[in-house]
Design a protein around this ligand. Structure first.
Ligand SMILES: [Zn+2]
Ligand SMILES: [Zn+2]
Length: 239
């Protein structure tokens, strides 16, 4: 993209409270912050009910899913009020291996919960069959909640090559080699759980047009139009 071409900036990996148990700030706090940073939009990717979900796990699965998606309508309204576009994905977890999944709605998950019992490669294949855009998130992250690194190069469409919450730069370098070696698409995101209190640079994506929908995001990615980048964080401080 040339310097004078306008770029629209997006966060593709964002956690909010209370849907993500580990999210520290509300949707409103996050939208106000990203608006102040000049972003065109955010993709909220809260931990799904197979991950660090903030809902009541003693409830029936259907009710957990209803709660998970309950935030979306209000978030869209808040986005209109604040002037920033809000899109939804999910972050699905498999024993510490995480996937950002875009393009499937509440109704899909409500009627396909049996897929979560299948082995992960079958699960991913079924979701892709249904049209999902699947990104393996931070594939080389090492952390106390990750027992070992697993790769699914034949069952994903993209790799998160910049995750600015990764604890070491080489984890992103390896992710990029993974994507390039297998010819997979590349995304960047922050995995921000702290809204404006986030203390690393931001992983971000730009597009040359304003994204209209999740479907437009997916189609644009598949046309190779998404650019990964890092946005400096002026509030950077030691953890
Ligand atoms: Zn989290
Ligand atoms: Zn995440």
């Amino acid at each position: 993209m040339s310097q004078n071409e306008k770029a629209f900036l997006y966060e593709t990996h964002l956690h909010t409270s209370p849907i993500s148990k580990c999210g520290r700030y509300s949707v409103r706090d996050n939208l106000l912050f990203y608006k102040s940073m000049g972003y065109a939009g955010v993709f909220i990717t809260n931990h799904f009910i197979d991950g660090n979900f903030g809902g009541d796990r003693s409830l029936p699965v259907e009710e957990q899913i209803e709660f998970y998606f309950s935030e979306a309508e209000e978030a869209t309204r808040l986005g209109e009020e604040i002037g920033i576009d809000v899109f939804y994905g999910i972050e699905s977890s498999y024993h510490g291996t995480d996937f950002l999944i875009f393009g499937l709605n509440k109704e899909y998950f409500l009627s396909h919960m049996e897929l979560f019992e299948r082995k992960r490669s079958d699960f991913l294949a079924a979701l892709r069959e249904a049209g999902a855009f699947i990104v393996q998130a931070h594939p080389y992250r090492e952390a106390n909640y990750i027992d070992h690194i697993r790769l699914f190069p034949r069952h994903i469409e993209a790799v998160e090559v910049i995750n600015s919450s990764n604890p070491a730069p080489f984890m992103n370098d390896l992710a990029r080699i993974y994507a390039e070696t297998y010819g997979l698409l590349q995304t960047a995101g922050s995995d921000n759980h702290f809204a404006g209190e986030y203390c690393h640079d931001f992983g971000a994506m730009t597009f040359s047009h304003r994204l209209e929908s999740v479907e437009d995001f997916i189609a644009s990615m598949r046309r190779g139009e998404g650019n990964v980048c890092v946005i400096p964080n002026k509030n950077q401080k030691e953890m």
